[in-house]
Ligand binder design. Structure first.
Ligand code: CA
Length: 229
């Protein structure tokens, strides 16, 4: 259910808008002053904001500007004066739409629906799928930096995660400890190639069923490690 914030000091108008929106299955919150309206807009995740221009406290111009500095939520500005609407457009505050009072509640609902649909399309087109490496029951979500072993999430430190990901992305390739150390750790970091051994041990404890018989990261004696596929 989409959440709508109405910032409107005239309570009768706010209630009327709320009734119509609720009839259309929206969840509605009303704030009657500029200050509480801005605070609500910045602290909660609303799907759309209906913002009156003239308000006690901070006015709609300022609220719109402040919300835009922080969020992409669609903003529908309403005002009793046609002149003000022209002024807001001219200022380029980033409002998505404008309505002059009085407007019919059904027009408001239609505009709200149109903007939510447009916004949803926009968000979808910008959402990229996560970059995932998957090998025999191990799923490494590189974007979210999460690792799942047979569906169960395991916690990895930054370097453990980097090392596992590097090996899994380069399977069947034997790397020496020195190569892995150079690849994963900064040149000036404290530690030595023994760090690699310690990290491999920790990773195995999380991904292997039996660490004495590793199924994923093999030790190639005298050389280094290899991720088996
Ligand atoms: Ca007002």
């Amino acid at each position: 259910m989409s959440k709508i914030l109405i910032v409107e000091d005239e309570e009768a108008i706010a209630e009327l808008e709320k009734d119509y929106l609720e009839l259309n299955d929206f969840e509605v919150t009303i704030e009657n002053s500029g200050d509480t309206g801005l605070a609500a807009a910045l602290s909660e995740n609303f799907d759309l904001i209906i913002l009156d221009l003239m308000l006690p406290g901070i006015d709609g111009f300022e609220i719109c500007k402040r919300i835009r500095e922080d969020r992409n939520v669609p903003i529908l500005m309403v005002s009793a004066k046609k002149d003000d609407i022209d002024k807001i457009r001219g200022l380029g505050l980033g409002a998505d739409d404008y309505l002059t009072k009085p407007f019919s509640p059904s027009e408001l609902v239609a505009r709200v629906k149109a903007h939510l649909a447009r916004y949803e399309r926009l968000v979808k087109s910008h959402t990229k799928e996560n970059d995932v490496v998957e090998i025999r029951g191990i799923r490494i979500d590189k974007t979210a930096r999460r690792v799942f072993v047979n569906g169960e999430e395991k916690q990895f430190t930054t370097k453990e995660f980097d090392l596992l990901t590097f090996l899994a992305e380069n399977p069947n390739h034997v790397y020496t400890k020195a190569e892995l150390f150079r690849e994963i750790w900064d040149m000036d970091s404290i530690g030595d190639i023994a760090t690699v051994t310690v990290h491999i041990k920790k990773i195995r404890e999380k991904i292997e069923t039996d660490t004495s018989k590793p199924q994923y990261i093999e030790t190639i004696w005298g050389v280094g490690y290899r991720f088996k596929v």
